[in-house]
Ligand binder design. Structure first.
Ligand code: C2E
Ligand code: CA
Ligand code: CA
Length: 788
């Protein structure tokens, strides 16, 4: 008996409105017809009274004669009263008005006058005859044979006998009254016939109107239904109606999408195509009409899962539908795109691992779980050793391959429930849930071991190691940020301790390495407060033993740290981008100082002040403009300035290399000298260097020292010098500390030399002393008073 169990057919035409219209039409026509009937009946009631009065005239006329005769023979009678009734009745019949009553016969009534001309003529004749009759009667009673007056009615009464005459006049009055009554009755009959006709017309009209209405409404409904049907069936939206007993209607689009006939989908049919994980939520929504939006999957005929987004409308209280309506759309493409975007937002494009944001999120969730369960967890932070060299020397592609391989190895070692993420650069993180210290440490060890296996990248066999910091969370409440920072500190400690190891975070580490976090801020402040200065280390021409230039070396006179050497802060300045501003300071200061020496005529000819330039400064693409401005502002000719660029900063492949070449060429054209620093450490080939405008190659200190160690190393160093000469540029040996080293480098054909053997880096004023007395200064001995 449940209405809900009926099969719902939304396209059956609706008859209710039609019915309503028909009933309404009938009601109107019936009301009209009843009103007409009432009106007509009341009229015919009046006509009946009129006919009765007209008929009564006949009797009254005869009674009048009788009463006259009775009175004449001395009996009791009142013909005058009858005469008055006769006359008043005749007048009322003609123009309407009250009709007096006749004793013992009837009551006084009021009648309406007649309008029909024929009837009126007859009634007027009746009135005249009544007048003639009553005057004749009155004359007879007075004893006259004939009345004084002429007859009013146009009757010809020849008889002289008054009684005879009276009788004839009464007969005439009777006759006329009868005729008038007949005429009135005939007219009433005619009116009844008209009324019947009117009622028939009204009935037929009402019926026709109802039919017309019904037809119009049915047509409109059918058109509307057809419109909806085409909308619903042509639309790609899937429409489903669910009741207590499952699916009660499935639109044609559902049948098409699933390649199933509608009956197959009714009841529990549709649910079989829904993803098992989504069935409960769908069933719930179909029973309760909530939530109003729902996402679920169905399996298409090819076995693929399609994502449907459904709008749920609860029409259980609507007695036409009595169910929950689902309006669903296939949003698979959109969902796929969203998932892809989310994946991109939370994953590292190169390795496919979660990125820092996702790692943080997972860490927070894991900490929340740990708070509930009390289970420990661990964060492992891994930084690759020597990655920068691979990237710089073998190119970005090789670096990328290396990172991808490292990612694969890390992911292969951990459990599927653990999270491996790439936090950036060559830094990876691992989140281990339900893992205590011994489990975490043993896994950390395995990860590092696995890393050390050689990796083949671009034909090169590489062995990368890493330094790992491990921070443990014993269970309970905790903050993700803190745990990551602890792991970071432990990783610094591992790096300090040496390559390829791990350190477990200890609270006292924080004090030791936490200062690194403050260093960046101090550097920034130091730049604002002018805490930086330059030292200058002379460069000697081996042929003439004269000074031909200086290398400007940065120093930080920190109020808290004292005079700090560059290796303590340059890596951090490079990592944080502060090197760009710091480098600009060095350029401006070096140019200004050189211009002052030149103005003081302290400089020999030629003389070059060499400034170290970081790869990061080149990467900005603005190096040539910054240098040009520094030269112009100092008023220094470009030939007095040289730039030292490390080999590794130059040989990166791709657009950055092109950009570097463009800037250096622009500067070289101005007259600025270009040197390659730390030459020999970047494994660059002749071909790679030929593209660049070069004036000098600086053989790295390690090769200068290597000359003394073995013949093999000496051969490499010799090679580097000949490479410089092959390129047609000057070769300089840096870091010369001993006479032996000097002799070797000289033997190898080096043009210039620099090192503690000649001079430590000097302050500007110390250097001025050297410049003022160049011949005395380079007795090839170590000068005193140098700070380093
Ligand atoms: P570098 O460019 O190789 O500079 C030469 C370094 O070797 C200087 O160290 C210098 O004091 C040191 N040195 C000179 N002669 C000898 C020697 O005979 N024996 C030994 N053992 N060392 C010698 P410093 O001043 O500590 O600079 C270290 C590094 O910091 C520089 O290496 C350079 O890479 C970087 N650096 C210095 N100043 C700047 C700068 O203004 N900008 C940039 N980007 N880097 C700079
Ligand atoms: Ca240098
Ligand atoms: Ca160097």
């Amino acid at each position: 008996m449940r209405r809900a169990s009926r099969h719902f057919s939304p396209f059956s035409s609706r008859g209710r409105r039609t019915l309503l219209a028909i009933v309404l039409t009938f009601a109107i026509s019936s009301t009209l017809s009843v009103a007409v009937s009432i009106w007509a009946t009341s009229r015919s009631k009046h006509q009946a009274a009129v006919i009765q009065v007209a008929a009564r005239q006949r009797t009254l006329a005869e009674r009048y004669v009788q009463e006259v005769l009775l009175l004449q023979s001395g009996k009791r009678a009142d013909p005058a009263k009858t005469a008055a009734i006769l006359r008043e009745s005749a007048l009322a019949l003609l123009d309407g008005g009250p009709v007096p009553s006749v004793d013992g016969d009837d009551d006084e009534t009021t009648i309406v006058g007649q309008t029909d001309p024929r009837v009126r003529a007859e009634l007027r004749q009746q009135l005249n005859l009544v007048t003639d009759l009553t005057e004749a009667g009155a004359a007879y009673l007075r004893g006259q044979t004939l009345p004084n007056s002429e007859l009013t009615a146009d009757e010809r009464v020849e008889v002289k006998d008054p009684v005879q005459r009276l009788r004839i006049l009464a007969a005439l009055t009777s006759n006329v009254s009868l005729n008038a009554a007949r005429s009135i009755a005939a007219r009433a009959d005619r009116q009844i016939v008209d009324l019947v006709r009117l009622q028939i017309a009204l009935g037929v009209g009402g019926l026709l109107m109802s039919l017309a209405f019904a037809f119009a409404i049915m047509t409109a409904t059918r058109r509307q239904t057809a419109h909806f049907r085409s909308l619903v069936t042509a639309s790609t939206d899937l429409v489903l109606v669910f009741g207590q007993d499952g699916c009660r209607y499935a639109s044609r689009s559902v049948s098409r999408a699933l390649e199933q006939e509608e009956p197959e989908l009714l009841g529990n049919g549709f649910a079989q195509f829904v993803h098992p994980d989504d069935r409960a939520a769908l069933a719930d929504a179909c029973l309760n009409g909530r939530p109003t939006e729902l996402l679920f999957r169905i399996q298409d005929p090819f076995g693929a899962w399609r994502q449907l987004e459904a709008h749920v409308t609860d029409l259980r209280d609507d007695k036409h539908v009595a169910g929950v309506v689902l309006n669903a759309r296939d949003v698979s493409e959109r969902v796929r795109l969203e998932e892809e975007l989310t994946r991109q937002a939370f994953h590292d494009g190169l390795t496919g691992l979660p990125n820092r944001a996702l790692f943080r999120d997972r860490l927070d969730q894991a900490l929340a779980r740990s708070q509930r369960s009390g289970e420990p967890l661990a964060v492992l932070l891994l930084d690759l050793d020597g990655f920068k060299q691979v990237n710089d020397s073998l190119g970005h592609d090789a670096g990328d391959q290396l990172l991808a391989e490292v990612a694969r190895r890390l992911a292969a070692v951990v459990r599927p429930s653990d999270t491996v993420a790439r936090l950036g650069g060559d830094e990876f993180a691992v989140l281990l849930e339900e893992s205590d210290d011994s489990a975490s440490v043993s896994l950390g060890g395995r990860l590092l071991e696995r890393l050390e296996d050689t990796i083949t990248v671009g034909g090169h066999e590489l062995a990368v190691g890493g330094s790992m910091g491990i921070a443990l969370h014993a269970g309970g409440a905790g903050a993700g940020e803190e745990l990551l920072r602890d792991a970071d500190v432990a990783m610094y400690a591992a790096k300090e301790a040496g390559n390829g190891g791990y350190e477990l975070f200890q609270p006292d580490m924080a004090r030791q390495f936490g200062e690194l976090l403050g260093l960046k801020q101090e550097l920034r402040l130091g730049l604002d407060r002018n805490e930086f200065l330059l030292h200058y280390q002379p460069e000697i021409a081996l042929g003439t033993a004269t000074i031909v230039g200086v290398e400007a070396l940065l120093r930080w006179n920190s109020p808290t740290r004292g005079l700090t050497p560059p290796l303590r802060f340059i890596p951090l300045a490079e990592a944080s981008g502060l090197i760009v501003k710091l480098g600009e300071f060095v350029l401006r200061e070096a140019c200004a100082q050189t211009a002052r020496w030149r103005a003081d005529r302290l400089l020999p000819e030629p003389f070059v002040t060499w400034v170290n330039v970081s790869g990061k400064q080149i990467a900005t693409g603005q190096l040539h403009t910054v240098v040009q401005r520094a030269l112009v502002d100092a008023g220094l000719p470009a030939e007095y300035l040289g730039l030292e660029i490390t080999e590794t900063a130059l040989i990166e492949e791709g657009p950055s290399r092109e950009r570097a070449r463009f800037q250096l060429e622009a500067l070289h054209e101005l007259g600025v000298r270009i040197a390659i620093d730390d030459f020999g450490t970047g494994f660059s080939s002749l071909g790679q260097l030929r593209d660049f405008p070069l004036d000098m190659i600086k053989v790295d200190r390690s090769f200068v020292h290597g000359v003394e160690r073995s013949d093999k190393e000496a051969a490499i160093t010799a090679n580097l010098v000949s490479l410089a000469h092959a390129l047609g540029v000057v070769a300089i040996a840096e870091g010369i500390e001993s006479e032996e080293q000097l002799a070797s480098m000289r033997a190898l054909g080096c043009d210039l030399a620099q090192g503690f053997l000649f001079a430590h880096p000097l302050t500007a004023s110390e250097l001025e002393v050297v410049l003022e007395n160049p011949s005395a200064a380079f007795a090839l001995t170590v000068p005193q008073g140098s700070p380093t």
